[in-house]
Design a protein around this ligand. Structure first.
Ligand code: G3P
Ligand code: CA
Length: 219
């Protein structure tokens, strides 16, 4: 993750990807607690909107890969999602881990660690930016929270609705670097870009603020 502005940085932040997801089932409290235990500065997590307009912390738009349920997240209420087992797929010792709500995560971690919240599929989930912004705002604007998405349009809209919440755009340029003009556009509504580590060798002059990793203890 890289910042646009040339500010002096005190340290490189370690960001636990979907929690410490190499050690515990991704996007669960087990993975988030492990990330905190390993000293991560931020927890990265993914959100999807539910049938009843709540925000669930889960990467895929379907529950199949990471729970014992089937079907789209948006076809479940938050309460129904919380009945699923989100841990057994990773290991029997995690049986009973739940899909957390974003609200529960904010309540538990908002004054404890940084949060990097990724909005998934905003086009198929109208209202997800607003729901996220409202919830984050409830937990105070001074906390260390960044909202990110691959959808730059969604981040522009989010920034206009909630200018005091920091934003990042995930970029995955297919050929070479993103044009400078495009980066300037992104800089008008986002404070960071997130990109794959394999691109860093081509961007040595950029200041890097954080490393997003499944292994927060590795660094
Ligand atoms: O923050 C980078 C990363 O989370 C984006 O990819 O698929 O793991 O959500 P993904
Ligand atoms: Ca993510």
């Amino acid at each position: 993750m890289e910042r646009f502005y040339q500010e002096e940085l005190t340290c490189l932040h370690i960001i636990a990807h979907r929690g410490a997801s190499a050690y515990a089932p991704e996007n669960t409290f087990a993975a988030f607690e492990k990330a905190v235990e390993l000293g991560a500065d931020f927890i990265e997590l993914d959100i999807q909107i539910t049938k009843d307009g709540k925000l669930a912390v889960i990467h895929d738009d379907k529950v199949d890969r990471t729970t014992n349920g089937t079907g789209f997240v948006r076809e479940y209420t938050m309460n129904e999602l919380e009945q699923l087992d989100a841990g057994s797929w990773f290991g029997p010792e995690y049986q009973g881990e739940k899909i957390p709500s974003l609200e529960a995560v904010l309540r538990k971690y908002h004054n404890k660690t940084g949060l990097l919240i990724e909005i998934k599929s905003s086009k198929t989930q109208p209202g997800i930016e607003k729901a996220a912004g409202q919830l984050i705002s409830r937990y105070g604007r001074s906390m260390n929270t960044i909202v990110q998405s691959f959808d730059a349009g969604a981040m522009r809209a989010f920034h206009h609705m909630y200018p005091s919440i920091q934003t990042a755009v995930l970029i995955r340029p297919r050929f070479g670097l993103l044009p400078r003009g495009r980066l300037r556009q992104i800089a008008s509504f986002a404070q960071y870009v997130s990109l794959k580590a394999t691109m860093i060798s081509r961007l040595k002059s950029w200041k890097i603020d954080g490393i997003i990793t499944d292994y927060p203890d590795y660094f």
